[in-house]
Structures are given as C-alpha cells and as structure tokens.
Design a protein around this ligand. Structure first.
Ligand code: SAM
Length: 200
C-alpha cells in the first residue's frame, strides 16, 4: 500500500488554501487535480481544509480529480466509499474529526461527510502517459510522487501539469521537491518556505 495519511504536511495544505482561495473566489466549476493521491487521505484533507476556509456553500463549486496508478486496484472503492479505520484518522484534529466523520456501521470505521466525499472523483491514471485527465485546473497538487521518476520523466510530467493549468493556477509539490531548471521559466515561485508555484 502507498504511504500516506490524513493531514500529512499540513503546512503545505494551509499554504495552498491561502494562495488558492483568492484565485478561485466567486468562480463556479473550480477544477483541482491531486495527482498520485494514494488511498485518498490527501485529497480529502485538502477538501476539508478548503471547505473550512471557503464555507460549505462556496465549496460546492470545487471538483477534485484524485488520480493514481494504483497497482493494488483498491483505491477506487476506498475513495468512493470514503470509509477509513479509526487508527488511520487519529492525526486529525478532534474538532475537524467530529465535524466531518461519522460511524458507518462497521466496527472502528468512520465515513467522511457526504459534502466532502461528493466533491472528490477518483480516476485510475498513469502520469507517465503524459495525458492529463482534464484541463483548466486552478491547482495541480503532486506530492511524494515525482521523486520516483527519472529526471526527464519529471520534466515531461511537470510540462503536462503546466499545460493543464489555467494561467495563474498553482502547482504544489512536497517541500523537498524543487522545480528542475528546464521548467523553472514556466512558473513563478510564490513562497520561500514551500514548493508552490504559479503558472505564468
Ligand atoms: C508515497 S505515495 C504519495 C501519496 C500522497 N500524494 C501523499 O503525499 O501523501 C505515492 C503515490 O504515487 C503513485 N504513483 C506512482 N507512480 C505513479 C504514476 N506513474 N502515475 C500515477 N501515480 C503514481 C503511487 O501509486 C502512490 O500512491
């Protein structure tokens, strides 16, 4: 199983929310892409944090494409059901947990609020096809995935992300993943303490 957990790297998620909201405020049909989402904790954490900041009503305009190559073939069901064992939910702050999770009848499993689950759509997808699942994204988040690729693959995938983003859209990666020189001219780095870039 891929390594991931709820509210992983909350620092970066909070920065995404801070810089994304001014870009998307007042818009309808806002498209975000979490590429390499694993079993769902990352796109659901982003969705919860956005819903908290935007308010539930405005958040209804957000669609998150969550994609992964998923060699286990299990992620689609896990993400569609939005149900996780309690042991995987213990890092979530208690007030957020109480607000967004409820028992689903299975011992020790909790299901995510429908209004969050409903905004996240999973598609099985291999980034190395270099074909995006959609275009017109306000955000592409790709964390702890590119480090597994060869340098040239990394460059080609980042170029694909650039093509799928709206002008002004954000690309977010993990804190240790800087942009290769070959694609640096395509983006502005918007913060010093994270890897978040704006498409020029
Ligand atoms: C370490 S997990 C990262 C999960 C999440 N982004 C996070 O940071 O918590 C890496 C994920 O990348 C996915 N992955 C690896 N190669 C991929 C590819 N070519 N296309 C799409 N996803 C891929 C793996 O299946 C795995 O779920």
């Amino acid at each position: 199983m891929a390594f991931t957990y709820f509210f992983r790297d909350l620092h970066t998620i909070n920065l995404i929310v801070k810089y994304l909201i001014p870009e998307i405020q007042g818009k309808r049909n806002i498209k975000l892409w979490d590429a390499g989402c694993a079993m769902g904790p990352e796109p659901f954490s982003l969705a919860i944090c956005l819903s908290e900041e935007m308010g539930r009503f405005a958040f209804k305009n957000v669609h998150i494409d969550a994609t992964d190559i998923d060699k286990s073939n299990l992620f689609a069901d896990i993400i569609e059901n939005g149900s996780y064992p309690y042991e995987q939910l213990q890092r979530i702050p208690k007030d957020i947990f109480d607000k967004y999770f409820e028992r689903n009848g299975t011992p020790d499993h909790f299901v995510i609020d429908y209004n969050i689950r409903n905004r996240v759509r999973y598609t099985r997808h291999d980034l190395l096809t270099l074909k995006p699942v959609d275009t017109g994204y306000s955000l592409v988040m790709c964390k702890n995935v590119l480090l597994h690729f060869k340098p040239d693959e990394r460059i080609q995938v980042i170029k694909m992300f650039h093509d799928t983003l709206l002008t002004g859209g954000l690309l977010a990666m993990e804190q240790t993943q800087s942009l290769p020189q070959e694609v640096i001219h395509l983006f502005d780095k918007i913060i010093d303490d994270g890897q978040i870039f704006r498409k020029k």
